[in-house]
Ligand binder design. Structure first.
Ligand SMILES: [Zn+2]
Length: 424
């Protein structure tokens, strides 16, 4: 079953009074959704066309010149950005220079792999799924969850502008996840990014422009990660301490840059391949269903009896989010705990800002799902504009949403009264 109707505007197949009621309902929804300046206002929109209509969020838009070009691969340090340059100069001596830059940012390694030693000296994940670095001082990548029968739950490539129905689903099910956000997407959809924090999800870095990182020069690897951290701070109010390399493409050179920026590396054990449907011939919705089912079968047959796992899934598009919704009940039945990765590792302070925390694993499975504290009044040093973003994030509240809903219901009721009179 596809949930596409959840993410696309209702069709015009309804007729008669039903169409009138639907029309008024959508009109009421539109009227409620005029606020494109706050997290709560944006989160209240459920029409995907409205959700994905660009808006201007001044705290982010006013600093666009302080960030790399949107979605241009790879990111580079902005000229005259002395803070970034100073940071890069302070860490670059720790980045190995004897590890080759590989292939292209689009992932064509055909000119590189023929001469790459089969011993995999760089611990290149794309080559052989190496997750234990060979360069001294680097930590192994996170690929699973230590707790038995636990699933590290998370979604790559957001924020997706039309994710409200999906995030509503997660909230309704009291489910938190790790969101691996792309800096360029946050620049375009900052209020959608704020929603992750307001909803209690964990936020990690997923680069600025989504290149294959082993193909990117070290200074640009730094820029891809640094500016995504800065954008998350500016738009959302927190600074992540975790990252996921696009396509899992990482080696010890890229790991060294991540480490220098205080970022833990999270990859995965299995791939749903939800992201390849529609772009890779032969990968179909049935392929993705089979991959979800395989994960569930493995959970049921004892594969994760001593330690849990992580599967790669996305909020990339309507299909990937619909699959996540469709398979959630079966995942809940197969695993004893479904947790953000940070929760799985008891990382109760997932951000540089210490006034925001996540529950421990035992707290989470005991029913304490919500982060404590807020992202406001941060002491970090991005800019004063960040405070606007963080306050907006912290100010997201059910009272506003509830009031909006109540107003909507009252409005619809009043309209229906009018309709009844017209129809009568
Ligand atoms: Zn990705």
């Amino acid at each position: 079953m596809r949930f596409s109707s959840l993410f696309t505007p209702s069709s015009s197949t309804h007729t008669g009074a039903a169409a009138i009621l639907l029309g008024f309902s959508l009109w009421a929804s539109s009227a409620r959704a005029q606020d494109r300046t706050t997290e709560a206002g944006e989160a209240a929109i459920t029409d995907p066309n409205q959700e994905c209509t660009p808006y201007t969020y001044t705290p982010v838009a006013s600093l666009a010149s302080s960030f790399p070009a949107n979605w241009v691969q790879p990111a580079v340090i902005v000229p005259n950005d002395t803070e970034a340059l100073n940071k890069w100069n302070s860490i670059k001596s720790s980045i190995p220079t004897n590890i080759s830059v590989k292939g292209t940012v689009k992932g064509d390694f055909s000119n590189f792999t023929p001469t790459y030693p089969t011993s995999d000296p760089d611990c290149w994940w794309t080559y052989d799924k190496c997750d234990t670095p060979k360069l001294a001082g680097l930590s192994p990548d996170v690929i699973n969850i230590p707790e038995p029968l636990s699933l590290g739950y998370g979604f790559d490539d957001g924020p997706n502008c039309s994710h409200n129905t999906f995030y509503d689903f997660l909230s309704t099910n009291k489910q938190k996840a790790t969101m691996y956000y792309i800096g360029s997407n946050i620049q375009n959809w900052p209020l959608e990014g704020q929603r992750a924090l307001a909803d209690g999800h964990e936020i990690c870095v997923h680069t600025w422009s989504h290149p294959y990182l082993t193909a990117v020069q070290s200074e640009s690897v730094f820029a891809e990660l640094w500016y995504t951290m800065k954008m998350i701070k500016l738009a959302i109010g927190v600074t992540p301490t975790c990252m996921r390399p696009p396509y899992g493409d990482i080696d010890d050179r890229v790991r060294a840059v991540a480490k220098a920026l205080g970022l833990r590396v999270i990859v995965w054990q299995s791939d749903s391949f939800d992201w390849e449907v529609g772009s890779t011939p032969g990968v179909t919705p049935a392929t993705v269903d089979a991959n979800y089912q395989s994960l569930i079968n493995a959970a049921k047959n004892g594969t994760y009896a001593t330690s849990g796992t992580i599967m790669l899934t996305h909020e990339l598009n309507n299909f990937t989010m619909s699959e996540a919704i469709k398979w959630y009940p079966a995942l809940k039945a197969a695993f004893t705990a479904i947790v953000p990765v940070g929760v799985g590792y008891n990382i109760t302070q997932p951000y540089l800002e210490t006034n925001y925390s996540l529950p421990s694993f035992s707290q989470y499975v005991g029913g304490q799902l919500t982060a404590t504290g807020s992202a406001s009044a941060s002491s970090a040093s991005v800019s004063s504009d960040a405070q606007g973003g963080s306050k907006a994030g912290a100010a997201m509240g059910m009272p506003t949403a509830s009031n909006g809903l109540i107003v909507s219901i009252v409005t619809v009721a009043a309209l229906l009264g009018g309709v009844a009179r017209v129809l009568a």
